[in-house]
Write a new protein. Structure first.
Length: 128
């Protein structure tokens, strides 16, 4: 084997080891992908809570605010390349938004139940 062939093999090995090392460093240093799916899901959950009436009920509105704040914080973290922390914030934001929607539905159901009960009481009064 001549010198140029040996040099080529050494260069190839160095290139290979460099690429393996760089892949390892990227994965170890939080080079995770931007959690775009989680961002989209959290924003959609917040919109659903808003449309579902969360702003009209204090507890639901509070959790909707938590969700929106966490989405905002996650966007800042994404800009700072802190994608793992951003993903955790987005998971929490989605849960808070879903809780806001659930609380809103409960309050809406209670209001409907009260209205139905009042109607029943009114009908009872009419028949007596």
């Amino acid at each position: 084997m001549n010198d140029s062939q040996q040099t080529s093999k050494v260069i190839a090995r160095v290139a290979f080891l460099t690429s393996v090392l760089s892949m390892f460093l990227v994965s170890a240093c939080g080079g995770a992908a931007v959690p775009q799916d989680q961002l989209t899901a959290a924003e959609a959950a917040a919109r659903a809570a808003e449309v579902g009436g969360a702003p009209n009920h204090p507890k639901a509105a509070l959790h909707l605010k938590y969700a929106r704040d966490q989405i905002s914080e996650a966007k800042k973290l994404i800009e700072e390349d802190e994608t793992e922390l951003a993903a955790a914030k987005l998971e929490r934001a989605a849960v808070d938004a879903e809780l806001a929607l659930a609380l809103s539905r409960v309050e809406n159901a209670r209001a409907e139940a009260r209205a139905a009960l009042e109607e029943v009481e009114e009908l009872k009064g009419q028949t007596e």
